[in-house]
Unconditional design. Structure first.
Length: 470
C-alpha cells in the first residue's frame, strides 16, 4: 500500500516538473497523466506558477482540471485568474460541475453566470432552478443521441465525430423527432453489422426519470437496475440530460451526510472542520437544541413531581437514594434500544420509496418481540446484579430487597419493550406527516425514551416500594 502511495506521489512530482519547466509541448506531456493527479498538483502551485499554467493551457483542459477540484479549492484557484479565463473555463465545464461551483460561489457565482455565453447560461439556469433533492439538479448534458432511422455505419460515423465533445459514450440514446424511444450500448454497436438498422439492435425497455423526481429514489432505481446511466426526460419524453454512475456516488454520499447531520440533531449544513463559520454552526444546531431543551424540561418536571412524593419521610428518602443508583443504567439502556430500533426503521424507509404495510406490520411485530426478549434478558441480569451487590454489602438478601430488585428489573423490562417499539413507530409517524424520518434523531428518541422510562420506573416504584419503606 505504501509503495502504491509513493508511486502516486512520484506521478505528482513528474507533473509538477513538467509544469514548471514549461516546455513547448508540456500540454501534450500532461495527457499521459490522470486529471485528478494534475488537479492535486495545481492546488499546491505557487500563485504565479498557477496563474501562468492555467493561462497557457486551453480552456477545455482547464475545465477538465476544475472538474476534479473541490468547490473550496476551485474558489481559491479562481482568485488568481483573470475574469475572461474564468468565464471560458466555466463555459467548458460539464453542466452539473459548473452548477455546483456557481452555487458554492453564491453572489460571485451569480455574477459570473450572467457573463457566460447565452446558450450555456440558459442551460445552467435551468439546472439551478431545481431543488437540492430533485434529480434535475444533478443531471449532465454530456451524452450522445442518434436518430432511429440511422444505420449502424451512420451511427458509428456520428459517434466518431462527436465523441470528443462529451464525457459519456458508453450508452447512446435513440430519438425519433426529438423524443426518447430507446438506447444502445456502445459495445453492442461495435459488434453489430454495418448495414443493420438501429431499430434492430436498440433496447426499448429502460428506466427513466423526470427532473423533479427525488434524487434518492432515482439513485435507488439506478442501483437496483444496475444501469450505468439513467436518462432524464420532460413530460413530452424529450431527453434533457442523464445521471451517470459517478453522479450516483455523489448522491449517495450527500444523502448519507444529510442523514448523519439529522441523526445527530443538526440541521442541514456542510460539515467543514476548516472553514465552518461559528454563526452557521450555531444556526444549524440551535433549533434542535431548543426542541430537545423543551423535551428535557418535561423530564425535569417528572423528576420534580416524584421528588415531592419521595421526600415525605426518612423511608421515602431512603427509597429515593436506592432508585437513583440504577436510574442512569435504566435510562441508558432504554435510549440505546430505542436508537437501535430507530436506525433499522430509518434504513428501511430511506431504501424504499413506497411503504409496504404488510412488511411494516411484520417488522413492528418483530421489533416488539425483540424488545420484550431484550427486556427480559436485561431484566434478569439486573435482578441478579442487584441481589448480588446487596448480598456482598449486607451478607444477606431480605424480602424488601428482593421486591426492590424485582421492581427495578420489571421497570427496565417494560422500558426496553416500550422504547424498542417507540423507535420503530416514530419514523413511521414522521413519514406519514411528510417529515424526513432521519429527523427522528438519536438525541430525540433518547429524550422521549427518558420521559417514558422515568414515568414507568417511578410510578411502579411509588406504587409497590414506597409502602415497604415507610
Amino acid at each position: 500500500m505504501e509503495e502504491l502511495f509513493d508511486e502516486v506521489k512520484d506521478y505528482q512530482f513528474e507533473i509538477k516538473e513538467i509544469i514548471l519547466n514549461n516546455d513547448s509541448d508540456f500540454e501534450t506531456k500532461l495527457e499521459d497523466y490522470h486529471l485528478y493527479d494534475i488537479s492535486r498538483v495545481v492546488i499546491e502551485l505557487e500563485p504565479n506558477n498557477l496563474t501562468a499554467f492555467l493561462n497557457d493551457i486551453n480552456a477545455d483542459f482547464s475545465a477538465s482540471i476544475f472538474e476534479y477540484l473541490e468547490e473550496d479549492e476551485a474558489e481559491v484557484v479562481i482568485e488568481f485568474l483573470p475574469e475572461p479565463k474564468i468565464i471560458k473555463i466555466i463555459d467548458n465545464m460539464d453542466s452539473d460541475d459548473a452548477v455546483d461551483l456557481l452555487k458554492y460561489l453564491n453572489k460571485e457565482g451569480l455574477r459570473l453566470l450572467n457573463k457566460l455565453e447565452p446558450k450555456k447560461r440558459k442551460e445552467l439556469t435551468k439546472i439551478m432552478a431545481y431543488k437540492e433533492d430533485e434529480i434535475g439538479a444533478f443531471m449532465s448534458d454530456s451524452f450522445l443521441t442518434v436518430d432511429i432511422d440511422n444505420t449502424v455505419k451512420e451511427t458509428m460515423t456520428h459517434i466518431t465525430k462527436e465523441a470528443h465533445l462529451v464525457d459519456y459514450i458508453s450508452i447512446i440514446y435513440i430519438t425519433q423527432k426529438s423524443k426518447l424511444i430507446g438506447y444502445l450500448r456502445l459495445k453492442d454497436l461495435i459488434v453489430a453489422r454495418a448495414n443493420e438498422l438501429i431499430t434492430d439492435i436498440m433496447e426499448t425497455r429502460f428506466p427513466k426519470a423526470l427532473p423533479t423526481d427525488n434524487k434518492e429514489s432515482v439513485a435507488n432505481v439506478m442501483a437496483e437496475t444496475n444501469e450505468s446511466s439513467i436518462p432524464i426526460v420532460n413530460e413530452s419524453n424529450m431527453i434533457m440530460g442523464i445521471i451517470t454512475h459517478d453522479d450516483l456516488i455523489d448522491i449517495i454520499a450527500l444523502s448519507e451526510e444529510e442523514d448523519y447531520t439529522k441523526f445527530a440533531a443538526i440541521s442541514d449544513t456542510d460539515i467543514d472542520l476548516e472553514s465552518g463559520k461559528l454563526r452557521n454552526s450555531i444556526k444549524s444546531r440551535l433549533p434542535w437544541l431548543t426542541i430537545l431543551l423543551g423535551l428535557s424540561l418535561v423530564t425535569s418536571l417528572i423528576l420534580s413531581f416524584f421528588s415531592q412524593k419521595l421526600s415525605g419521610s426518612n423511608g421515602a428518602i431512603l427509597l429515593a437514594s436506592k432508585l437513583a443508583i440504577y436510574l442512569p443504567l435504566i435510562l441508558g439502556m432504554a435510549g440505546n434500544t430505542g436508537t437501535q430500533s430507530l436506525a433499522v426503521m430509518i434504513r428501511y424507509l430511506t431504501k424504499n420509496e413506497e411503504i409496504d404495510k404488510t412488511k411494516i406490520r411484520i417488522h413492528l411485530y418483530r421489533e416488539l418481540r425483540a424488545g420484550v426478549l431484550q427486556g427480559l434478558i436485561i431484566g434478569v441480569l439486573i435482578f441478579g446484579m442487584i441481589n448480588l451487590s446487596t448480598f456482598v454489602a449486607q451478607g444477606s438478601v431480605d424480602s424488601r430487597n428482593l421486591i426492590y430488585a424485582t421492581v427495578t428489573a420489571s421497570s427496565i423490562f417494560i422500558a426496553l419493550s416500550v422504547s424498542t417499539i417507540l423507535g420503530a413507530i416514530i419514523p413511521l409517524l414522521m413519514t406519514k406527516a411528510k417529515i424526513d424520518p432521519a429527523v427522528a434523531s438519536g438525541p430525540f428518541i433518547t429524550t422521549v425514551s427518558d420521559i417514558i422510562t422515568l414515568s414507568i420506573y417511578y410510578s411502579v416504584s411509588l406504587l409497590i416500594l414506597l409502602p415497604l419503606f415507610q
